[in-house]
Design a protein around this ligand. Sequence first.
Ligand code: FRU
Length: 717
Amino acid sequence: MKWIAFSAALLAQSLCLARAESSDVKIADFEGASYGNWQTTGTAFGAAPARGTLSHQMSVDGFKGHGLVNSYHGGDDAMGTLTSPIFKIERRYLQFFIGGGGWEDKTCINLLIDGKVVRSATGPNMQSGGSEQLEPKQWDVSEFLNRDAVIQIVDQASGTWGHINVDEIVQTDREMASWLAPREMAREIEIEKPYLNFPVKTGAPKRRVSVLVNGNVEREFEIELAEGAPDWWAFLDATPFHGKSITLKAKLPGSSHALESITQSKTIEGSEDLYHESRRPQFHFTSRRGWLNDPNGLVFYRGEYHLFYQHNPYGWNWGNMHWGHAVSKDLVHWKELPIALYPDEHGTMYSGSAIVDWNNTAGFQQGDEPALVAMFTAAGKPFTQGLAFSNDRGRTWTKYEKNPVLPHIAAENRDPKVIWYAPEKKWVMALYLDHSDYALFASRDLKHWEKLCDVTIPGDSECPEFFEIPVDGNSQNTRWIFYGASGRYLIGRFDGKKFTPEAGPFELQHGNCWYASQTFNDIPPRDGRRILIPWGRMTERDVPFHQGMPFNQMMGIPVELALRTTDEGLRLVANPVEELESLRKAVHEIKPQTLNPGENPLAGIEGELFDIVAELAPGDATQMEFKLRGIDVTYDAVKEEISCQGRTAALKLVDGKIRLRMLVDHTSIDIFGNDGTAYLPIGIALPAGNKLLQISAIGGAGQVQLLKVYELNSSWE
Ligand code: FRU
């Protein structure tokens, strides 16, 4: 092991040196709502300091407070300058934080005296990849004491890293110790165990870590490395490096001990209560570690449902997009497998889909086993679409050597959804282009694509879904459905060339915890279901349900879609897949009865995980209300609406009654009304201390015609 280490005392000293003190003279901290008396030219600096990361930018870190100068307004191509008012040099040093492009004279901060540049500094980055981390920097300006000066921040670069980030410009008499400056650190490890564990502190500065074997970079990612006690341990699957010597490299403050604290182990560090942590959903899929978002590559093959997903293995927040992977035989019990797709030279791995190439159209097959083929977005500069294939039932993946197969078309085009169009024996792909615009493409071999037509979904964007579905179960009468990440769906016809919408857009769901869903490819015809899994998205505005956990975000429960004739016309309905019923254990069956205000036939039932089935006739009641572990689910019989957590959906009385199904997990309630006509996945942290249930009639007596409460097992048992 080679080490460059510094003492904790020096670390403490460095922390106070990096902070402004009363004797310092602050020139600007960019915390205000405007640049004050600083002047801008051009567009790159926007009208005011940025509040952190700008749209489409990698996550910006290392600035102080909430605001900073960030010339990524309008992307890398925009240019401009930002100039300070005249000030007097009153201290020996001028100190600031800087990041972004490393282009001399073009992405820089300059100190001007008498109109001449006397000091200049740039950010560190000149190639794609890199990091948006700001680092401290100091100039010795003692030779200019008492002179008038001006600071100019310049962005005269376009293209790769054509922007500059600056914050917290301070005059000080304290020299920033040279060891505070970030430096390249390295550690060698002989890999003998399957896991390399990295200590993570969410909110710590992001460091870019490279894993090298024989001088080649095999893995690279950003991670908020903990210097002290970690919040949790992220892991890197080290099995591919078994018996080899790897080198970890990162640019870290000279005082850092982070590389030293990385451990090797047989099981993931801190995983004693894995899948049973206090806020771990028990029948919604979550990843062992890190962040997840969109389900990807949903495909069924040889008895296994494959769930790939957008995954940050090294952080609690979005970033470092990989394809995580899990498999299940029943859509209920999942087994996590190693990462399927790692970021590569084309970019990080954004969303996409997978198919079984039964006819070996792409030529990836080896032996008798058809290849599984994934089509994904490589989110590089620019975004392109590529292929990867597996010859071992999805266990290992190889990228196609001639990627990309679909070059850049528009903006951040992404999220290819590929399906087999049997009538013409060809592949059809739906792709998201920009705004609300999508397009369909076709290919014989998955490698060469031609455009078929454009599709617009007003009010939706990202993650297209496109499939054929029978009307009322009649396979002789079908329609095609097209929707985006929000589930605003169009119903129409498809002739192999053009999608022609006939109705919509309509809302597939009305919850607060549903986005970027996908449906399975290759469900066998004898099953024939259209099975959907959404991302159970918990947005920043909501309570951070998984705070304190080593993971964040979940998948929604799998639902079966059907297209039904209703009074309003054709509509999609969604119901939990029947496999979820296998989790049911004890049942509490409530007798049909009149429910008077004040009565609660559910009193006495206690639990945490429930599946509740009800048929209610409100009668004289204006409302029928459930309290599920303290959370209200309310049926308003006057408005004929069901609501929970501020989300509402129409739910008509049919013969004077409604049918409800509600599934309660640790951080969600999934509500289905009238056999899936109303579909409300609700993300909410169920209060740990409350295990009670209640049903009540409000405003008059109602009827409970059927009420069954199933306690549920965990799917992780
Ligand atoms: C939707 C999305 C996709 C993209 C992915 C990146 O949530 O923004 O459009 O491919 O997430 O993680």
